[in-house]
Design a protein around this ligand. Structure first.
Ligand code: ATP
Ligand code: MG
Ligand code: FE
Length: 343
């Protein structure tokens, strides 16, 4: 089944054409990062307006790159939540408009579900697996028993990992979003140079906390104002990244041990982080875990990943949307209810 997928939950307008929820024929992403960088973060109203301008050209580009016409598309998958309501509505309205014009169905997809199924665009994975979603808004550990069957094992109690990267970047004067920049500077720094806490490391839960770590960085920069540039900044970035990666790795290992699951997916924008990829690869190699981390372009926000659950739901006629309801907050464990509604 040829699916057109649309994503507009935050600051990327994206469209993709995917065959059978597995083969990416095109994946176009128009990022608004440069616009929001001026404000130090995403401005929801500006994001909605930009989506409105970009959505049609991005969809046309996706069809053109895939070499298909709209009459070959059999269904549309669109991100329905979680995300910014105004941003989501633009994607949903576009999807509904195209679907109405072509008389094809539309399904609403959960953005986090799309992140944790993204690896299927590169290889098959047997269920169950454990998924660590680390992104701008989420740091969650899920047990994945199948498409649509997710159990939350743990989550952040305050900031998400990506949010912590971006806030730390901001407080040392790096532009938004700072995650990738910290990653780059960390490569030149000493990860044990600055002593930073590892919040909740040994509390026995699968939860995370990053706001204390961010405050520790703030306190350090106030005592060491020269640490906002040069080698000291590299050291600070390396030390901060090491703290985040250690907590993520130790907690993930403890969840694997508790559940006895031996397959692990790392997904979301922070899964691009080179330190995290390295630490998780080491963990997998020493503990006999099968590790799946999508290529960086599939970790960051994109529409191709939306087609994975999208095609699954469309082909089973589950979760077809007829209204324009965006779901700005939509916990993954509520998705099971859709199967009940469909039967
Ligand atoms: P969510 O998926 O929770 O709705 P989002 O869609 O805004 O949030 P993503 O686009 O998945 O989040 O990820 C963006 C986040 O990933 C940003 O916080 C960004 O700084 C971070 N990020 C991207 N690359 C890296 C990297 N190499 N190292 C660390 N963080 C990174
Ligand atoms: Mg983004
Ligand atoms: Fe995302």
């Amino acid at each position: 089944m040829l699916v057109l997928a649309i994503e507009s939950s935050c600051d990327e307008t994206a469209a993709a054409v995917v065959r059978d929820g597995r083969t990416v024929l095109s994946s176009i992403v128009a990022s608004q990062v440069a616009i929001h960088a001026e404000y130090g973060g995403v401005v929801p109203e500006i994001a909605s307006r930009r989506h409105l301008e970009s959505v049609a050209p991005v969809v046309i580009e996706a069809l053109k790159t895939a070499g298909v016409t709209l009459d070959e598309i059999k269904g549309i998958a669109v991100t329905q939540g979680p995300g910014l309501v105004g941003a989501l509505l633009v994607g949903i309205a576009a999807a509904r408009g195209i679907a109405a014009a072509c008389s094809i169905p539309v399904t609403g997809v959960n953005h986090i579900e799309a992140h944790l199924l993204a690896p299927f665009l590169e290889q098959e994975i047997a269920f169950p697996y454990l998924a660590l979603v680390v992104s701008g808004g989420h740091t969650h550990l899920y047990k994945v028993d199948g498409i649509g069957h997710y159990t939350i094992l743990g989550q952040t109690l305050d900031d998400a990992a990506g949010e912590a990267f971006d806030k730390v970047a901001k407080l040392v004067g790096l532009p938004y979003p700072g995650g990738a920049l910290i990653d780059r500077l960390a490569a030149e720094g000493d990860p044990v140079a600055v002593k930073l806490p590892r919040p909740l490391l040994h509390d026995g839960s699968c939860n995370f906390s990053f706001s204390g770590l961010k405050t520790a960085v703030l306190n350090w920069t106030q005592k060491n104002p020269e640490g906002k540039s040069g080698q000291l900044l590299n050291d600070l970035c390396a030390s901060f990244q090491a703290a985040v990666c250690e907590v993520l790795t130790v907690k993930t290992w403890s969840a694997l041990e508790k559940t006895g699951i031996t397959r692990l997916v790392i997904a979301g924008g922070v899964a691009c982080n080179s330190g995290l990829r390295r630490e998780m690869s080491r963990l997998a190699a020493t503990r006999g875990i099968d590790l799946y981390i999508p290529s960086p372009a599939l970790c960051a926000d994109n529409a191709a990943m939306v087609a994975v659950p999208g095609e699954f739901y469309l082909s089973r006629r589950i979760a077809t949307i007829n209204g324009f309801d965006a779901l700005p907050s939509w916990p993954l464990d509520r998705i099971k209810a859709r199967f009940a509604e469909a039967t």
